[in-house]
Ligand binder design. Structure first.
Ligand code: OMP
Length: 231
């Protein structure tokens, strides 16, 4: 999943074109969605791309239900909420999806996933700033179980936690992992990272990769190199 973290549709479109023909999901996050809106998503879908709409909803259940309803009508393949919103909020998201599907049989069912602990969150930040005791891994697994029980299809976590999540929630519970950094790549603001091949070895279902591709001098070559190293 390629993170299209760009300020406008034109720059994102240039990246999409440069990757033409390589099978990957396009992830539209808040920077691009707030600037380019639903029409950019609709355009990607019309051209046959799989789309992960990463808006990380976290609000009261009724508001998230409405948000999930609107997102489902956009026809995206994957979208996310924050597990920290709790079980009622996550169940409300699923209700919003169901209502949209019942109203329009032509809509596809999106995979709804929950963000556990952001991959930028370190052990120190979790304990000393956020004030959550215990290990990051324990906090991630707790959120994963909550999301699983609420009926979601998977979670966003670091590849470091994939095997623990699969053990706790089952092999078919999907893991979507950012925090991917090829050896020697700039870590930036990420904290819990792994290389693409390490993430695959952990059993991740989807890798989310942004700057290692988008900030490269030749993004297509950067993605092809990552893929070549995996096969
Ligand atoms: O939900 C996400 O996609 C997400 C969750 C998380 O915990 N960490 C995380 O980095 N992301 C997103 O994944 C992408 C990672 O981008 P890079 O760090 O540039 O590879 C960004 O678009 C983030 O918004």
């Amino acid at each position: 999943m390629v993170a299209l973290d760009y300020p406008d549709a034109a720059s994102a479109e240039a990246l999409v074109r440069s990757l033409e023909g390589i099978p990957c999901y396009m992830k539209v996050g808040m920077q691009l969605f707030y600037a380019a809106g639903p029409s950019f998503v609709a355009d990607l879908k019309a051209r046959g791309y799989k789309v992960f709409l990463d808006l990380k909803m976290h609000d009261i259940p009724n508001t998230v239900k409405g948000g999930a309803n609107s997102i489902t009508k956009l026809g995206v393949d994957v979208f996310n909420v924050h597990a920290a919103g709790g079980s009622a909020m996550m169940k409300a998201a699923m209700e919003g999806v169901e209502a949209a599907l019942q109203a329009d049989a032509k809509l596809q069912r999106p995979l709804v996933i929950a963000v556990t602990q952001l991959t930028s969150t370190s052990q120190t930040v979790l304990n000393d700033e956020i004030g959550v005791d215990g290990s990051v891994a324990d906090a991630v697994v707790r959120y994963a179980k909550l999301a699983h029980e609420a009926g979601l299809g998977g979670v966003v976590a670091s590849p470091q936690e994939v095997s623990l999540i699969k053990t706790a929630c089952g092999a078919s519970f999907q893991t979507i992992t950012p925090g991917i950094r090829p050896a020697g790549a700039d870590v930036g603001d990420q904290s819990r990272i792994m290389t693409p091949s390490e993430a695959i070895a952990q059993g991740t279902d989807y890798m989310v990769i942004g700057r290692p591709i988008t900030a490269a001098a030749n993004p297509r070559q950067a993605l092809e190199t990552i893929i070549e190293e995996l096969v």
